[in-house]
Design a protein around this ligand. Structure first.
Ligand SMILES: [Fe+2]
Ligand SMILES: [Fe+2]
Ligand SMILES: [Zn+2]
Length: 491
């Protein structure tokens, strides 16, 4: 008679043994396995709340694949996308570019943990995590591939991380370190605990409901299907963190503080743009700010407390930035829209009223930018993109590599710091703090402006777009309505 699952599962997931002719430190060197380095005894109680066997994994994943394929067959053709709102399509292009190859980098992070994680149950969980991330790479690439023949901007789903586009430089700067360079302990805390439990709930709850509202069932299905995997492998994070907290809580706190900020900036750009600007107004159940407060702040604070960690030291600055940061970057991106691979939408008067209502403390400082852009379009008329477009390259943060937009129109938060004979500019105090924690790692990296000054990239904007950012005129970002704004007509 076959054994029952609970009779054999522990035997199958816990397969550690004592090494007899080699030292444990040679099998799991600290430089690859991570710190704090502890003998296996300290890790042997490692356990995950939801256990999965390989057989169960394969069966569950098969059902998920069948479900995604059925939706793709029903609503995944070009014609199904052609009737979607133009601005929403930009939200898709933004996600389709930043997501799939970052998921592929996460395969590598999981595989390193599948070899160098310190307990066998953790290593098994990471192996399934690697298979998950391969799936998250393939699904969006498959969906976007169908769309390239209709709209060349979807080509960026694959092209993005292979380019020197400024957004790709910033995204690589975060993800290379997070997913490829970090050891399994830092990876578990930073990716599984901070990213997958801190931030991706918002994608699942918020963005998938917006996709439904926008009539995009394909995106809704994809995000939900991906999230069910994330929820399973994310549990590795807490299990690792609990053990690190016993032996080096100060290190755990530092890793959390560093990665929460680094991920926040990129997340605010990708999700903040989608939620407050690129989703049709009627399909927005809440603002980015409301989603952040409900799904990130409250929940993340609770999980920090559960583990025994404090809130990051910059918490007040972080909470304040939820009201303004993505608005600043969006206004910058709109005025430099030819530097990206998706179109940007002007907020209409109704949308500006909605934004004022949702951001009562900060919108009055942002709104004059859009008023000015309205005036520019009024004078220029449709199709004349350049009259509302910047011409000189802007400044970038030496840490996050995003535009220097962490302040407000009246308060410049940039920090200029001379370190080891070189001048560095940071968008914010946390970015400076992260840099100073590990100067040797970050200092040699050059941002876009330094590449221009160093002769590595052209200073002329058109040249920069074509030869360095990888954009041709047919694919670079334009106003989503090509300047045909109904509220300006007849005036
Ligand atoms: Fe993933
Ligand atoms: Fe993941
Ligand atoms: Zn920064």
């Amino acid at each position: 008679m076959a054994m029952r699952r609970d009779e054999w599962l522990d035997l199958a997931r816990k397969v550690d043994w004592a090494f007899s002719y080699v030292d444990e430190r040679e099998v799991y060197p600290e430089v690859v396995s991570g710190r704090p380095w502890l003998s296996h005894e300290a890790w042997s109680a490692w356990t995950e709340p939801y256990r999965t066997t390989f057989g169960e994994y394969v069966e569950t994943q098969h059902h998920k694949e069948v479900a995604v394929r059925a939706v793709r067959e029903a609503v995944g053709r070009v014609e199904d996308f052609q009737h979607l709102d133009r601005a929403w399509l930009s939200a898709l292009k933004l996600h389709d570019a930043t997501l799939p190859l970052a998921e592929f980098a996460a395969v590598i992070g999981n595989l390193r943990a599948a070899r160098f994680g310190r307990d066998s149950a953790w290593r098994n969980g990471s192996l399934l995590g690697a298979l998950d991330e391969l799936r998250h790479t393939q699904i969006p690439l498959l969906i976007a591939h169908e769309l390239v023949r209709w709209d060349v901007q979807f080509d960026w789903a694959h092209k993005f991380y292979h380019s020197n586009n400024w957004v790709a430089i910033a995204a690589r700067h975060v993800f290379d370190e997070l997913l490829i360079a970090s050891d399994p302990i830092e990876f578990a805390i930073a990716t599984h605990f901070v990213l997958e439990t801190g931030f991706t709930n918002l994608q699942f709850i918020g963005l998938s409901s917006m996709a439904r509202g926008a009539g995009d069932r394909m995106f809704e299905t994809m995000v939900k299907s991906i999230q069910t995997d994330e929820a399973r492998h994310a549990q590795i994070g807490r299990a690792v963190l609990d053990i690190v907290m016993k032996h080096d809580p100060a290190y755990a706190q530092r890793v959390v503080d560093k990665w929460f900020w680094r991920q926040w900036h990129l997340f605010a750009v990708v999700t903040g743009f989608a939620m407050d600007y690129l989703t049709p107004l009627a399909s927005r159940p809440s603002s980015f700010r409301e989603f952040m407060h409900e799904w990130v702040l409250v929940q993340f604070e609770r999980s920090l407390e559960d583990v025994g960690l404090a809130r990051p030291w910059y918490w007040d600055e972080f909470v304040a930035s939820i009201d303004v940061y993505h608005h600043m970057v969006y206004a910058s991106a709109y005025t430099y829209r030819a530097t990206v691979w998706f179109d940007l939408a002007m907020p209409s008067p109704d949308e500006r009223a909605w934004l004022r209502d949702k951001y009562p403390a900060t919108w009055d400082a942002i709104d004059p930018v859009w008023h000015r852009l309205d005036e520019r379009w009024r004078v220029a008329g449709p199709d004349l993109e350049w009259y509302s477009h910047g011409t000189t390259p802007v400044g970038f943060c030496n840490l996050c590599q995003l535009v220097l937009s962490a302040g407000t129109p009246t308060k410049n938060s940039a920090r200029v710091v001379d370190l080891d004979g070189r001048r560095h500019v940071f968008c914010s105090e946390p970015c400076q703090w992260i840099f100073e924690q590990d100067r040797a790692r970050y200092a040699p990296h050059r941002d876009v402006v330094q590449r221009i000054l160093g002769g590595l990239a052209p200073g002329n904007l058109l040249e920069l777009l074509r030869t360095y950012f990888g954009l041709s005129e047919d694919m670079w970002g334009k106003d989503a309505a090509r300047g045909r704004h109904p509220w300006l007509e007849g005036r």
